[in-house]
Write a protein that binds this ligand. Structure first.
Ligand code: PEP
Ligand code: MN
Length: 270
């Protein structure tokens, strides 16, 4: 804990700079849901999701364009064209967009076309990329590495913060343990831990944490109860048909329920 205390002291000094885009903001004490497809596959389904988010008051949409797939044989996203759809559709519905940056060569394009960068679990240890994101000043969500301790995660975040970028959100997405019945083991304790000590938003990703759509609603609600600043959820009108992460993707009705219930829990507890 001694070493952790020192890191926390430094991070507290950086001070969170509120992410404010298109009239929407993210704050540690508020609750923000970011939802959408794992990977953007076509314009029509992205628009259907955007319309739905807008109708239930969710202002943040996720959508992958470049994906890091474990197997090189798997579908890895549509690249640039997906950013263009994300851009035009989000303008139409006044949504803030979130997409994963997998390589620093995409940074220039994403500075222009995406509102918030997502650093996935595989890139938490890519320190040159984190440094570049720090220099860019672009709002960023930093996921926890799948085999990283909280301490390592906080140290990784310092690569961004120390470059002067404090528009940073932490995202717990589960870590690897011996159990394989779920995709990962959700370290829910990281949520109240960061909430207590770190004055930056901390959100949870029940989709990658569990890998199972029937677990997303209860785990989402537990995340709210644990004191999270928000959720990152994979949702789609036809979850069974998506090419990437289908098994963990929820339908839009379940997303509506989570949105409503999390608001109620938040009101009671915080
Ligand atoms: C994602 O959120 O799209 C993603 C790839 O998640 P992770 O990096 O947590 O596996
Ligand atoms: Mn995914």
């Amino acid at each position: 804990m001694k070493k952790l205390e020192k890191i926390i002291e430094r991070i507290v000094d950086y001070k969170y700079e509120t992410i404010r885009i298109k009239g929407h903001s993210i704050n540690p004490d508020d609750f923000t849901i970011i939802a959408g497809p794992c990977t953007i596959e076509n314009r029509e389904s992205l628009e259907e999701i955007a319309l739905h988010l807008n109708s239930i008051g969710i202002n943040f949409m996720r959508g992958g364009a470049y994906k890091l797939r474990t197997s090189p044989q798997d579908f890895a996203g549509l690249g640039s064209i997906a950013f263009d759809w994300l851009g035009t559709i989000s303008e139409k519905y006044n949504l803030v967009t979130v997409s994963e940056i997998t390589d620093s060569s995409h940074l220039d394009e994403m500075m222009e076309k995406v509102d918030i960068l997502l650093v996935g679990t595989r890139n938490m240890l890519n320190y040159p990329l984190l440094t570049q994101i720090g220099k860019s000043g672009k709002p960023v969500i930093l996921k926890r590495g799948m085999s990283s301790t909280v301490e390592e995660w906080l140290l990784a975040s310092e690569y961004i913060l120390s470059e002067g970028n404090s528009r940073l959100i932490y995202c717990e997405r589960g870590i690897r343990t011996f159990d394989s019945i779920t995709r990962n083991t959700y370290d829910i304790s990281a949520i109240p831990l960061l909430r207590k000590y770190i004055p930056f938003p901390i959100i949870g990703d029940p989709s990658h944490a569990t890998g199972l759509r029937e677990l997303i609603k209860p785990v989402s609600l537990a995340t709210v109860a644990a004191g999270a600043s928000g959720l990152l959820i994979e949702a789609h009108p036809t979850p069974e048909l998506v090419k990437v992460d289908s098994r963990q993707t929820i339908d839009l009705k379940t997303l509506t329920e989570i949105n409503q219930l999390s608001g109620e829990i938040k009101k009671i507890l915080y």
